[in-house]
Structure formats: C-alpha cells, structure tokens
Design a protein around this ligand. Structure first.
Ligand code: SF4
Length: 256
C-alpha cells in the first residue's frame, strides 16, 4: 500500500478543472520554475510557513493513505456529481507519487467521481501508465518551447515531456495543455510559436494560457525566501490577447 505526501487539500477550488472540485496538492516537485506560485509544494519535506504580519503559522505536509485522502474528499461527492466537477490532483508534481495517486483515483472512480491530474510531465512514461486505468483527464504544462530553455531554466527534459504529451494523446486521454505566460521567460513571439508547435505536433486540441501573477509572493516571504519575480508585472490584457492570437494558429486557446 502506498502513502501520499499531501501538502494540503483545498475544497471548492477554482481554476483546477470543470465544476465544483477539491484539489489535492501533493508535496515534492522535480522542477524548479523560478516563478512558481506554489513554493510550499516544491520540497518533499514537511514545512511551516510563518506570516509575520498576522502571526499565523500554516503547516504543509501530511502523510496520508490514499483511502484516507479519498474518504476526506468524498465528503463533497454530491457537489462534484451535481456540478460536473470532481477531484484534481496537483502539486508539486503529482506524478512523482503515481502509485498512490492511482490508488486514490481508483477509489474515486469507483464512487463515480471524476479525477483530473495536473502535471508538468517530466516523469517516466511508466508513471502515467500507473494512473491511466483510472484517470483520463490531464492538465499538462508546456512551459517552454526549446530543450535548452527547459533544461537551463527549470531543470526539465523536454524530449521526455514531449513524448509523454504525445503518448497521452495517442492513448486517447483528454489532455489540455497549460501554458504559464511568464514575462521575459516565454512570452516572445518566437517562444510562443515554439510552444504552439510542440502542442500541435502532439495532437493536443486545446490549450489554456495562465497569465503570470504575484499571488504567491506572500508565501515566499513566509518561507523566508527571496522571490525573484516579486517585481515582475503581470502581463497586460493586450499582451495576453497577443499571446492567445499567436498560439491560436496552433490550437484552440482559452485564457484562465
Ligand atoms: S512544476 Fe509547478 S510546482 Fe514544480 S516548480 Fe514548476 S510551477 Fe512549481
């Protein structure tokens, strides 16, 4: 039996899939995106965030059996069913815990609850094979358009990520590409065209743009870390629409 390293569980989450959902955030990630909005989920170790202004301390990291996590999220089953929602497993990188995720998803599926996995995809294909019997919906990040940028900026192996994306589409999974739009990182026309080409050659039919925001800044402070993007402005509406126009030549595009 597996154990899940759960960062936290967020009920009635928005932006993590259709309908009313609960998001199970898992702890631990194998990438290091410098703009990351969820720094509390990167390290696998349990940690406590301390918010100086309010004096609040919030712990992240609990080891939970998949059956316990399932029992917890199933309390809201009625809401998921009525709204066409379900449970999203995110992180961190949830696919690093694919066995536990598969156990959790199997229980949820038995209960008629949809499961969506939100992944950056930099894991062996066998991790996807573990969950595919129980999960058909994936949010799959495409963060850069060239192997060099993937490697140097976030420590990801683009060939592996691209292969996993392609294979997921081939096996018939319902895949939405997610593109974080990060000023100065991947918002040039060249970079966006490269990203568009990756998505369309994998056969993904829909992509969502996730414009950069600074809502994670307070978490960095609470962790005693300096946030390299604290002075970066979010993209303007025009910049977002321009990016959508460029990517629209490759796939159907939405804006989150
Ligand atoms: S893959 Fe996601 S959780 Fe991991 S560092 Fe990047 S943005 Fe953060």
């Amino acid at each position: 039996m597996s154990i899940l390293n759960v960062s936290h569980i967020q009920r009635f989450s928005t932006g993590d899939g259709p309908g009313i959902r609960t998001t199970v955030f898992l702890k631990g990630c194998n990438l290091h995106c410098p703009w990351c909005h969820n720094p509390e989920n990167i390290r696998a170790d349990r940690e406590e965030l301390f918010y100086e202004k309010t004096g609040k301390r919030i712990p992240y990291g609990t080891m939970l059996a998949p059956a316990s996590a399932a029992a917890d999220v199933l309390e809201d089953k009625e809401f998921y069913i009525r709204s066409g929602g379900g449970v999203t497993v995110s992180g961190g990188e949830p696919m690093l815990q694919s066995e536990g995720v598969a156990e959790l998803a199997a229980i949820l599926r038995e209960n008629g609850v949809n499961v969506l996995i939100d992944t950056a995809g930099c894991v062996p294909w066998s991790s996807f094979e573990a969950v595919l019997p129980f999960v058909s919906d994936f949010y799959f990040d495409v963060k850069a358009g060239s192997p060099a940028k993937y490697r140097e900026l976030i420590g990801g192996e683009m060939a592996l990520i691209e292969n996993n994306l392609r294979k997921l589409v081939l096996v018939g999974a319902n895949v939405t590409a997610r593109i974080p739009l990060i000023p100065g990182v991947n918002d040039s026309e060249t970079e966006l065209r490269q990203i568009g080409a990756v998505i369309s050659s994998a056969g993904v039919r829909h992509a969502d743009i996730l414009p950069f925001h600074r809502l994670g800044s307070a978490k960095y402070e609470a962790m005693g870390l300096d946030y390299g993007f604290k002075n970066t402005l979010p993209p303007s509406r025009d910049e977002i629409l321009k990016a959508a126009g460029i990517l629209g030549a490759y796939t159907d595009v939405g804006i989150e």
